[in-house]
Ligand binder design. Structure first.
Ligand SMILES: Cc1ncc(COP(=O)(O)O)c(C=O)c1O
Ligand SMILES: N[C@@H](CCCC[NH3+])C(=O)O
Length: 473
């Protein structure tokens, strides 16, 4: 058996079995059937591909619900332990559809939206407006108006100018609108630069120093009720240190604000990380909830204040690992790549699939790592280092940068990429006029479409230069 490929990154070992499914990255019902084919929720990858085509987003419904339940239970239990309550919002930006809104609502989660479009989905799905939180660093007046008119439970103010805009909408609709104030805690979360949102040099929130004056202004408006501060330090964060530091910094300001009136809540945002590869080691949500609750309790005790209701907004940790993407292999190409300056080289095998950066932009955007497995069979062929490339006209169009697959991977094989349930469908595009794939939920041996895929007709129908009556017939 050949050794490790020198082109592989240090963290990626040559596997004993390039068919294995590491439980930390596959959804809970993913397994291989007697013939070796991958199954999700009791439905084989081949059956899914035959019925719905590829690329295909597959959501393991039991896994998704299980993660949402684990998140709400963990925070409710931990906040009860320290004498308070939790409010858990599912961050819809990770993946939002009517079906998902119903799953999380049934479990008692609230829904966090950050645009008029996301708000429209949540409202159309029947989410109780009082259980919706509305974010956004540049909400339009129309979006604010719609949120206030709908009666959303909280609007998160991101800029000072929004205070007046929301107060004005509240006056027009004769409502008292609960608001939070997003502050930039200055905590440097250790994650990709584009996923850190509380560094000083970025667009979200207002500074801690400006907070007291902003809260005075909010309290000056009869049409606004101040719920408390909001902080979100970034996304794909491992460990509790960043959240703990943000909680400490915010609670100090929160305590000082109590002199001017009630501050019933503190929202610590989302950002809990997940395992994308076998070497990632994200802490269970229960451990994170305990760690955060411990810090909040200790800090409130030191400040001599009651523990406020603690709100959190997990997205990725619920949706990410519940999803996988199925692709069909089109071409396999071996490329000789130099490994140093002395003329040595090694082979990198480019396996091109029928999707790419249009259904998963994360690899191109963040150089995110993913893993991959053949989904229609197992093979004893020696592992080969592969790179899963897309079909787009872009050399950075890669889905999986590095993994090992059985060396006989070939055209028409199905491959599956796990942990694509968050920020893949939601970041999808029509680059190169490729339609967004459908999303299918699998559960107890059955599969159903929860978001329809885009067809060529959908794409042509928007081209105003065409007579769509005839071209889409
Ligand atoms: C304000 C806010 N809340 C919640 C989230 C959800 O983050 P995650 O999916 O990492 O839990 C985000 C995205 O980073 C966010 O910006
Ligand atoms: N889109 C990012 C996460 C952004 C989180 C939203 N503030 C990702 O895929 O990791």
């Amino acid at each position: 058996m050949p050794g490790a490929n020198p082109l592989a990154p240090d963290w990626l070992d040559l596997p004993d079995d390039a068919n294995d499914l590491v439980p930390s990255v596959w959804s809970s019902t993913a397994s291989r059937d007697a013939a070796g084919a991958l199954t999700f929720g009791g439905v084989s990858a081949e059956a899914l591909a035959t019925e719905f085509g590829t690329p295909l987003y597959v959501v393991d419904e039991a896994d998704f619900r299980g993660r949402a339940k684990a998140a709400i239970e963990a925070f409710e239990q931990e906040l009860a332990r320290i004498g308070s309550r939790a409010k858990v919002y599912y961050a819809g930006k990770a993946f939002l559809s009517a079906e998902v809104c119903r799953w999380v609502s049934e479990l008692g989660l609230n829904v966090d939206v950050c645009t008029g479009g996301e708000l429209a989905v949540a409202l159309a799905a029947g989410v109780d407006p009082a259980r919706i939180g509305f974010h956004g660093n540049n909400k339009s007046r129309a979006e604010i108006d719609r949120a206030v008119a709908a009666g959303v439970g909280a609007i998160v103010i991101d800029s000072l100018v929004e205070i007046g805009r929301i107060a004005e909408a509240a006056r027009r609709h004769g409502r008292v609108q609960p608001v939070r104030l997003r502050v930039n805690s200055g905590v440097h979360a250790s994650t990709h630069e584009y996923l850190a949102t509380a560094r000083e040099d970025q667009k979200f929130g207002i500074t801690l120093a400006d907070t007291p004056a902003a809260v005075r202004e909010i309290r000056g408006h009869e049409g606004l009720t101040f719920l408390g501060l909001h902080s979100h330090i970034g996304s794909q964060i491992f460990g509790t240190d960043g959240f703990a530091e943000a909680a400490r910094r915010l609670l100090a300001v929160h305590a000082s604000l109590l002199e001017g009136g009630a501050v019933p809540e503190l929202n610590l945002g989302g950002g809990f990380g997940v395992n994308y590869t076998r070497v990632d080691d994200a802490a269970p949500i229960a451990d994170l909830a305990r760690g955060i609750a411990d810090v909040v309790a200790a800090e409130c005790a030191a400040l001599g204040i009651d523990v406020p209701v603690i709100a959190v907004e997990p997205g990725r940790v619920i949706a990410g690992p519940a999803g996988a993407t199925l692709y069909t292999v089109g071409t396999v190409k071996d490329v000789q790549v130099a490994t140093d300056d002395s003329g040595s080289s090694a082979v990198r095998r480019y396996v091109s699939v029928d999707g790419g950066m249009s259904d998963n932009a994360r690899t191109a955007l963040y150089r995110a790592d993913y893993s991959v497995r053949i989904a229609n069979r197992v093979s004893t062929s020696a592992p080969a280092l592969v790179r899963i490339a897309g079909k787009h006209c872009e050399s950075g169009d890669l889905v999986v940068l590095d993994d090992y697959l059985p060396g006989d991977v070939e055209p028409d094989d199905l491959v599956a990429v796990p942990v694509t349930g968050a920020y893949c469908w939601s970041l999808a595009s029509n680059y190169n006029h490729v339609g967004r794939p459908p999303v299918v939920a699998v559960r107890d041996g059955a599969a159903r479409v929860i978001v329809r895929g885009e067809t060529e007709s959908d794409l042509l129908a928007r081209d105003a230069g065409l007579d769509t009556e005839s071209t889409t017939a």
